[in-house]
Write a protein that binds this ligand. Structure first.
Ligand SMILES: NC(=O)c1ccc[n+]([C@@H]2O[C@H](COP(=O)([O-])OP(=O)(O)OC[C@H]3O[C@@H](n4cnc5c(N)ncnc54)[C@H](O)[C@@H]3O)[C@@H](O)[C@H]2O)c1
Length: 717
């Protein structure tokens, strides 16, 4: 059995300490231990009360996720909760650290709750496609009120102790939580008061009856923040039951039924896949676990533009001093003032106090002098996307920055090996591909050059963790992982437009599938003119898929930046309005290129765009550019708005069945003649053997990596 509960007696109070390092999840040993220890304390006449607490930094971090999906052994959580709630002696939860999910539910079954100043509580089950199924949906609303409880359960956020006190979730906060809880238990045992049970507190439920606004607001919140997800609606139904059913146990029964539906739902599997996937992605299969990690005390950033500023904020937010260099005084001033404005905005929203802003913004310094970054432990370059310029900068950095420092480039797709080769420390050079806005987007692609050292990689992965990023390693190949996949996907969206579908139909079909933003809205946001200008400069003809976009640019339609692209935009708004005036142009370009426009179904749109992602993902995996399929999923969910509840494109393919995927690819290869649908060899062989995509093949079995010399491909990223 995993985990245990220590039994100790102090001043006639039984102190039950959950011991299941590092964060005390409710594994079978903990459940059995709690059940047996409460029984023992109840049977011992010398024991006056019980205190439940956790060993180390956590109270109880939640259920043991590794038990999900399998047969749960031993005593069930509900039996433990029943035992606690109906105990004849007063039970105090001494919440010494994080109390999440089943951990907070344990505390809610105690008569009293005292939290350490530094503790956090929360019911984050929604993040795993679940609802709090241990009575949380019935008990939390009774303490915090249904409105606040719904907010907490739908966001899955962590609530600090002080706020939990204001919300009525805990009774008090303390600096010596276990000692104070023991004293409190004695006091309560000696008083003649009834010990309150959360299940009996019906006041807030009765007050909420007939108030439709509470549930409507929750539904609106779920529709906005958790589009397409199944669990939020189930949580709302549970709270509705808590409000309307007179009998607490009936509410619990309802919660149990709705929980089971979540547990069996494919979204639950998809979301847990990502939960574990993000943890797996942080490990590099061929870098030993005990690889030393350099200490990063100060960071330098070159370039104070969109990315440089955002990356600087990430370091400052993590408490790491950061110095920004730019060549242009105006740009530098503007860049630093954008950072300050971002922090001011957070103060305005109440997310930071002005003292906190001063402290964090105080970590950001800037100048025009490279000497000022000589003592940095890592320097990230974020200047214009131009290889010669990056070569120049890396030569300068190599001569100015201390020799043991890591030099990183934020390039979106240039060859890291070529950049590393201009320095005398290529093993310390790495790609750190942040996504825009860098201070908000969680994805970080860490690009591993041919000679990047294990220590450099391990350090950058540790930095990613410190900056609270979902860091994923990619080998150095054109487009890395995400942009390489995006290329085929947007090209197919454009081909569908050329064949007869309209931008809003394509966007709607993919948004209904679950993507945050359809491809045409995205292209309008990025700007249609970037590729067009690059092609013009190099004198290249537009490839078929770019013909319409380039023609729109010829007509001065660049996207959101000038109010017109595939859509029209009114000033100051990002909302897309249909642009019927473009349709004549679509008709003409289709005809000129030999296409007879046809009706295209939403199913074909989704299939073709998503299959393009999956097939390229499989190629990336077969080359070992991504270490494992789930890394690709983590990239797509955190950087490209793929719905988390589908588990990412690779999980989606595995769930569909790879035989079905290959069959569909063949069908579209036949229909379009496009190589994008030529099934990846990896997919074919896995499908034949009834297997799923997992780890990249062993080194000897990998396909040759896509090279940067294939410039026709590389130039498209
Ligand atoms: N913008 C994005 O969405 C995005 C996303 C991921 C990666 N990237 C990559 O990040 C890098 C920067 O992109 P950006 O959008 O922030 O660019 P940007 O144009 O907003 O900013 C570039 C900054 O670099 C400065 N600069 C130019 N040459 C310099 C030099 N020699 N020394 C010091 N400073 C110099 C410029 O003055 C400017 O302030 C590019 O490689 C880009 O491909 C961009």
């Amino acid at each position: 059995m995993k985990g245990t509960v220590l039994y100790d007696v102090k001043d006639n109070v039984a102190v039950l300490t959950v011991d299941n390092p590092p964060v005390n999840p409710l594994s079978d040993g903990v459940r059995t231990g709690l059940y047996e220890c409460v029984t023992k304390a109840e049977e011992d006449d010398s024991i006056k009360g019980i205190v439940v607490t956790g060993n180390g930094r956590a109270f109880i971090a939640g259920a043991d996720i590794s038990e999900f999906g399998g047969n749960v052994e031993g005593i069930s959580l509900n039996e433990v909760f029943n035992k606690l709630e109906h105990c004849s002696k007063p039970v105090v939860a001494a919440i010494n650290g994080i109390a999440l999910g089943g951990g907070l539910e344990t505390a809610l079954c105690c008569n009293y709750r005292i939290a350490a100043n530094t503790a956090f509580v929360g019911l984050p089950e929604v993040n795993l496609g679940l609802l709090p199924g241990g009575g949380g949906t019935q008990r939390l609303p009774r303490l915090a009120g249904p409105s606040e409880a719904l907010k907490m359960m739908l966001t899955g956020g962590h609530i600090p102790a002080k706020k939990a006190l204001d919300m009525g979730i805990v009774d008090s906060i303390s600096e010596n939580v276990v000692e104070d809880s023991i004293k409190f238990a004695i006091e309560k045992a000696e008083s003649s008061e009834q010990h309150p049970k959360v299940r009996d507190l019906n006041e807030k439920m009765i007050e909420a009856r007939g108030n439709d606004k509470i549930l409507l607001e929750a539904q609106a919140m779920a529709a906005k923040g958790r589009k397409g997800q199944f669990a939020p609606g189930q949580i709302i139904k549970c709270v509705e039951a808590a409000i309307n059913l007179d009998d607490f146990d009936e509410g619990l029964k309802k919660e149990g039924e709705l929980f089971l539906e979540c547990l069996l739902h494919p979204q639950r599997e998809a979301m847990i896949h990502i939960f574990f996937g993000e943890r797996a992605a942080s490990k590099i299969s061929d870098v030993p676990k005990d690889t030393p990690v350099k200490e990063i005390k100060k960071a330098g950033i070159i370039g104070s533009g969109t990315m440089g500023g955002g990356i600087a904020m990430c370091f400052a937010n993590a408490g790491i001093p950061v110095h920004i260099i730019d060549q242009d005084e105006e740009n530098l001033k503007r860049g630093v003032s954008v950072i300050e404005k971002n922090y001011d905005f957070m103060v305005g929203k109440g997310r930071l106090t002005s003292e906190q802003k001063d402290a964090v913004f105080g970590l950001v310094t800037s100048s025009l002098e490279y000497e000022d970054i000589s003592d940095c432990d890592i320097v990230i370059e974020a200047v214009y996307e131009n290889l010669e310029l990056k070569h120049e900068i890396f030569k300068t950095l190599d001569s100015v920055v201390k020799p043991e420092a890591i030099l990183a480039s934020n390039t979106s797709g240039l060859d890291i090996d070529s950049i590393a080769a201009v320095t005398k420390r290529p093993e310390l050079v790495v790609g750190t591909h942040f996504f825009s806005p860098a201070n908000i987007m969680r994805l970080l692609e860490v690009v591993r050059g041919e000679v990047t050292s294990d220590e450099t990689l391990a350090t950058v992965m540790a930095v990613g963790k410190k900056l609270k990023k979902a860091a994923v390693v990619s080998l150095n190949a054109p487009g890395f992982i995400g942009n390489r996949m995006l290329f085929g996907y947007t090209a197919q969206a454009n081909m569908l437009l050329l064949e007869g579908a309209l931008p809003h139909q394509i966007d709607q079909a993919l948004e209904s599938f679950g993507l945050n933003m359809g491809p045409f809205r995205m292209m309008d946001l990025v700007g249609l003119d970037l590729g067009w200008r690059a092609r013009k400069l190099s004198g290249k003809e537009s490839p078929l898929h770019a013909k319409i976009g380039d023609e729109l640019c010829e007509q001065n339609r660049y996207g959101q930046k000038n109010g017109a692209g595939y859509y029209n935009y009114t000033e100051g708004s990002r909302a897309p309005n249909a642009a019927p005036e473009n349709e004549e142009l679509y008709e003409r370009i289709s005809q000129e290129n030999g296409f007879t426009r046809r009706e295209i179904s939403d199913e074909e749109i989704v299939d073709r765009c998503i299959l393009a992602l999956i097939n390229e993902g499989a190629n990336i995996l077969s080359e070992g550019v991504a270490q494992r399929a789930v890394d690709i999923d983590v990239v797509y969910i955190n950087g490209y708005g793929f719905p988390i509840w589908r588990g990412g494109p690779m999980h989606h393919a595995n769930a569909m069945g790879l035989d079905v995927v290959v069959e569909k690819l063949n069908k579209y290869k036949e229909l379009t003649g496009n190589d994008v649908y030529k099934p990846s060899e990896l997919l074919v062989s896995l499908a034949e053997n009834n297997l799923k995509m997992g780890d990249a093949p062993a080194k000897a079995d990998r396909k040759e990596k896509l090279g940067f010399e294939m410039s026709s491909v590389a130039n498209n990223f």
